[in-house]
Ligand binder design. Structure first.
Ligand code: 4AD
Ligand code: MG
Length: 429
């Protein structure tokens, strides 16, 4: 039988064998304390001279940080803390020595920690972040699976661009030139025509030479697409989705969020309805505080912060100028020049976490846009077929997992939100 630290409350008074790594050790006279971690939690193992095996004290002296161990002892309630358990330890066995583990509890610089990311993830703060990420990923799947969506994952190798050609990763596909996917959206439009409500969820790639706290080179995106939804339906879906993610994480990962010192009251209010702003309204707000902003341009990070700081809920900005948005966006027939795109800006200055909108369904208009964007018409024949054979209004969006995790955890940078980040200037380990 395998015992795990997270389950110790079920074994009070019983003898258990635990396997894990030494997180910390401490001695005071007749007592030695080992903080053991096994991935499910950390438990204090108390060795009393006279109560434990005699050789345990000798072995203890060789236990360095991150040495892997087998510990046998009896589970008991912590004398002072409610709902905390400890081990009255009998024996200790070294399984794998750790020599000069490079990460100590002292402060290390970010570069050093990033260089040692494979070890950095063994620390408490990183455990909390990665567990929140796992919860969010699971919430994402449950939300769509529970609402009749079919998972239809998109390919990573793609012959054409989706989000503009400036940040494409080119790669070889035998003798052909191909790209790493920037977004699965175009494929979701095809699967939406097959299955109605669909989503894809996987890694995407952007060769962006920017070192901001919001940009990764490889990031995970979930992309739902719904046949016959318009832009307004799309915002409703996104709103319910984000509320679900945040409220479920609050419910299931409150301990981790507290460990990260997240202000939970800022998350508790993340419930629909979220405010909706026309681009023109948002642009006026930005102009007031950033006189350099040119109305008609896309928002930069600081502009997004100006808009989102006015609200304690995420805010939708819709109807961006057609010129700053991707080729597939539907132009609003009632407002020429404006696209039926809608982005969602998170609270507390976290910026855009969702980009999406209604797609152009007219083949003539799409052909014009493909030319305007200097894209190769030949590559898009399959995409145009979606319009040739029973064109239909449809909408969808993409939510970036890492920006969402950074926001929910209250982190200053996306680099800690993914186990092994790919950043501009960093691809190791
Ligand atoms: O706004 P984006 O570029 O939209 C699309 O790719 C659409 N095709 C999605 C769709 O409609 N199906 O990206 C969507 C989201 C952003 O809002 C952001 O959360 C995240 O993906 N994102 C990034 N996250 C980290 N690093 C980057 N470089 C990101 N670029 C986008
Ligand atoms: Mg965007």
């Amino acid at each position: 039988m395998r015992y795990y630290i997270a389950d110790l409350k079920n074994y009070v008074g019983q003898k258990v064998e635990l396997k894990g790594w030494a997180y910390n050790t401490r001695s005071s006279g007749k007592v030695k304390f080992l903080e053991l971690r096994d991935g499910t939690g950390i438990v204090s193992c108390v060795y009393f001279r006279g109560e434990c095996e005699e050789k345990a004290f000798e072995i203890f002296e060789q236990v360095t940080q991150e040495t892997s161990l087998k510990v046998v002892g009896t589970v008991r309630k912590h004398p002072k803390h409610e709902n905390v358990f400890e081990i009255g330890a009998e024996s200790i066995e070294i399984l794998g020595k750790a020599e000069n583990y490079p990460i100590s509890p002292k402060d290390h610089g970010t570069d050093f920690l990033m260089e040692n990311r494979h070890l950095w993830i063994r620390s408490k703060r990183q455990h909390a972040i990665l567990r929140v990420r796992a919860e969010i990923v699971s919430a994402i799947r449950d939300f769509f699976d529970g609402r009749g969506f079919t998972l239809t994952d998109a390919p990573i190798f793609t012959p054409s661009a989706c989000e503009g050609t400036s940040n494409l990763f080119e790669t070889k596909y035998f003798d052909e030139k191909m790209y790493l996917s920037q977004s699965g959206q175009l494929y979701m439009e095809a699967t939406a025509a097959a299955l109605g409500k669909v989503y894809c969820f996987g890694p995407t790639f952007r060769a962006e030479k920017s070192k901001t706290r919001r940009h990764l080179i490889e990031f995970w995106m979930v992309e739902p697409e719904v046949a016959f939804n318009d832009m307004y339906d799309n915002m409703e879906l996104a709103e319910q989705f984000v509320e679900y993610i945040v409220q479920r994480t609050l419910k299931n990962r409150a301990d981790e969020l507290k460990a990260l010192e997240r202000d939970l009251s800022k998350l508790e209010v993340i419930k629909g309805p979220f405010p909706r702003l026309h681009y023109k309204e948002a642009a006026e707000m930005v102009k007031k505080e950033n006189p350099d902003f040119v109305i008609g341009d896309d928002f930069g990070g600081t502009d997004e912060t100006i808009v989102s700081s006015k609200f304690d809920k995420p805010v939708f900005v819709h109807h961006y100028p057609q010129a700053v948005k991707a080729f597939y966006m539907k132009e609003d027939p009632k407002e020429p020049g404006y696209a039926m795109g809608c982005d969602l800006l998170a609270t507390e200055g976290y910026g855009e976490i969702i980009g999406g909108g209604q797609r152009e369904e007219s083949i003539e208009k799409l052909l014009t846009k493909i030319k305007e964007h200097n894209l190769n018409e030949k590559d898009f024949q399959w995409y145009l077929d979606i319009r040739r054979f029973g064109s239909f209004p449809h909408s969808g969006f993409g939510l970036g997992v890492e920006r969402t995790v950074a926001w929910v955890c209250g982190l200053p940078h996306v680099r800690e939100t993914i186990p092994f980040p790919r950043l501009y200037g960093r691809s190791y380990p």
